[in-house]
Ligand binder design. Structure first.
Ligand code: UDP
Length: 474
């Protein structure tokens, strides 16, 4: 598409997590691809310092997208719990966000028309109103998780007692029924907790937005998206529109360990390799690392595993770790499996690996970006949820779309080596693979169609652009 001079300016904000920043950056690229008269400025809050993997993405941005980081908030001054840490950091960043917006307004040669806001940075919606901007929530998650957020004030009224003790499945319109234990644990474990109160308070701010954007596509979550549109009077407000704009996935290359991984994959046979990764910040306990290593070995299947140092917590994308994760592998494992697998420390070029012909399966923690990448590139999955909304994503993949197999955990929450070996062999060699492969190919084609010039997601983006621009003419 030929470059034209931008006529309108959009501001975007997110939260200091790689998968949220990277997703919204890719969203901006798509928005500009479809509506090439926009100029975008991303203004991101930071904790301590910008995330290195995000900085890497910025190296290949088009000239119409600029990215700036707000003065960092000191991690020591924040709560330890990740979701609360983020909410505090965003709240503390709002005064400097407002200042940045003021200076953007006075210096921009094109009128500022709209703001795109991560749902966890929803404090910015009020600032959008102060500046007379249209505002849109960008959900870098499934329609099902978006529904959970949007229906929360209603669920809060309807469900009595703790969600986790609820014996009947919780029914959100258009979604697969959910068991209380599968709701995101940090927020839903205890409805008397600060985390629950925080998320409930946040969702009550959502009606301030002029629209809801979801990184999903209609063929993947048709009934959920339809129910969201039909029920929007009750959950958001009837003037809001819901736009499915996905699948938006990582397109950048030249990442850490890229040539090493690509070279190794070149020497493998098609569809033979299981890629094992737990997202940008997932890590396993030492006991679980041992079981996974021995399970992969026992499976006899080829593997490419991205390993982090053990932790029972999320690791907020700090890949400048002091210790080499390979030292946490069982004794002799690397030597014994040197013909079978490759273990990479910290980070791998995920979309390039998933897109490689040798890759035939993905053992994933079910982060939404990872799922969309696997589907867009047609790779069957093994689901191993760790935190956040990942159990909901597992249900969607295994029970809804039937494109993945589930790892089973014992009563201590550990997946044992025999179970891992079994599920790996089932996915890579078992009878079920044929059906899974067929369904994922169909979804892959639907994903590609949604992004074509006349595809559903492209049309949504074009309508969104028209709506945003209408604010310039007021
Ligand atoms: N990612 C990557 N290399 C890695 C780990 C992660 O490129 O070694 C990217 C991955 O492609 C995806 C994102 O990081 O775009 C992870 O997002 P996801 O939503 O799957 O999980 P989260 O990081 O939020 O847990």
């Amino acid at each position: 598409m030929a470059e034209t001079k931008p006529t309108s300016h959009i501001v975007v904000t997110s939260i200091p997590l790689f998968s949220h920043e990277s997703s919204v950056i890719e969203f901006c690229k798509r928005l500009i691809h479809v509506n090439n008269h926009f100029h975008v400025t991303c203004i991101f809050p930071t904790i301590d310092a910008p995330i290195p993997a995000t900085l890497k993405l910025l190296e290949s941005l088009p000239s119409t997208i600029h990215c700036t980081f707000l003065p960092p908030i000191n991690k020591q001054d924040l709560p330890q719990d990740v979701p609360l840490q983020i909410e505090h950091a965003v709240t503390k960043s709002m005064p400097s966000f407002r200042d940045s917006l003021t200076s953007l307004c006075s210096n921009s040669t094109t009128p500022l028309v709209a703001m795109v806001v991560d749902p966890f940075a929803n404090q910015a919606l009020e600032i959008a109103k102060e500046f007379n901007l249209l505002s849109f929530l960008y959900f870098p998650v499934s329609s099902m998780t978006t529904s959970l957020h949007l229906y929360l004030p209603i669920l809060d009224q309807q469900v009595l007692g703790q969600y986790i003790n609820h014996t009947d499945p919780i029914q959100i319109p258009g979604c697969i029924p959910i068991h209380g234990q599968d709701l995101p644990p940090t927020f839903f474990q205890d409805r008397l907790s600060i985390a629950y109160e925080t998320i409930l308070r946040q969702t009550k701010r959502f009606p301030l937005a002029d629209g809801v954007l979801i990184n999903s596509f209609s063929k993947m979550e048709e009934s959920t998206a339809r129910a969201l549109m039909e029920n929007r009077d009750n959950i958001i407000n009837n003037t809001q529109l819901v736009y499915l704009v996905g699948p938006i996935i990582q397109t950048g290359s030249n990442q850490l360990n890229e040539s090493l991984c690509m070279k190794w994959l070149e020497n493998q046979i098609p569809n033979s390799v299981l890629y094992v990764s737990f997202g940008s910040r997932g890590s396993l306990s030492q006991e679980q690392i041992n079981e996974l290593a021995l399970g992969l070995e026992l499976s006899g299947q080829k593997f490419l595993w991205v390993l982090r140092e053990p932790s029972n917590f999320e690791n907020l994308g700090d890949h400048s770790a002091k210790t080499d994760p390979l030292q946490y592998l069982p004794n002799g494992f690397l030597e014994r499996t040197k013909e079978q697998g490759l273990v990479i420390s910290f980070w791998a070029p995920q979309t390039r690996i998933l897109g490689h012909i040798s890759t035939g399966g993905f053992l994933t923690h079910c982060g939404w970006n990872s799922i969309l990448e696997s589907i867009s590139l047609g790779v069957p999955m093994i689901t191993w949820p760790l935190f956040g909304e990942q159990r909901l994503n597992t249900i969607l993949l295994v029970e809804g779309l039937k494109v993945g197999l589930k790892v089973k955990f014992n009563e201590n929450g550990i997946a044992e080596r025999e179970e891992i070996a079994k599920v790996v062999r089932d996915l890579m060699l078992g009878e079920e693979r044929i059906g899974i492969q067929q369904r994922i190919e169909e979804l892959k084609d639907a994903a590609a169609s949604a992004l074509e010039e006349d595809g559903s997601s492209t049309k949504s983006l074009s309508q969104l652009g028209t709506k945003m621009e209408s604010n310039a003419r007021k």
